[in-house]
Design a protein around this ligand. Sequence first.
Ligand code: ADP
Length: 158
Amino acid sequence: MRTGVYPGSFDPVTYGHLDVIQRAANLFDKLIVAISRHTGKTPLFSLEERRAMLEEVLAPYPNVTVDVYEGLTVNYVRRQGGQAIVRGLRAISDFEYEFTMALTNKKLAPDIETIFLMTEARYSFLSSSLIKEIALLKGCLADFVPPPVEAMLRAKFS
Ligand code: ADP
């Protein structure tokens, strides 16, 4: 049984995250999308809202579950019996942070691998912060987030 954990803020989940999730779900028997309680960022959506959005859009994927965790990611992965952390890479700007995190996690837990999935080109510019900015400015969100997320963003900024 191979279990992967895809940790992140998902504030909110975008089509870029979904692309990573779909591809990672094919690599593992079980994939846990894990919302980190503490990321140092002030979120727009509460943990419950982020979990509800993820659960709704991930309902069609039988081997994907959603969870919330706190503390070190590697400790959470161990508790879940997981083998790998999944992260997405968009641009060179992601690389330095992701490289540091991956090396730190390797030091803390040499038995857990970090696996990077390169973004699909059409999602390479997509980030949750960009989405929130477009929502604030009342732009069209249909190409960036699934319909339930679009509705939640509209409600937040109405
Ligand atoms: P975090 O606060 O942990 O960076 P995010 O929700 O912003 O949480 O991102 C979670 C992971 O998803 C990160 O590895 C990030 O690089 C990746 N990611 C975000 N947007 C995209 C995208 N458009 N394409 C591929 N990966 C992405």
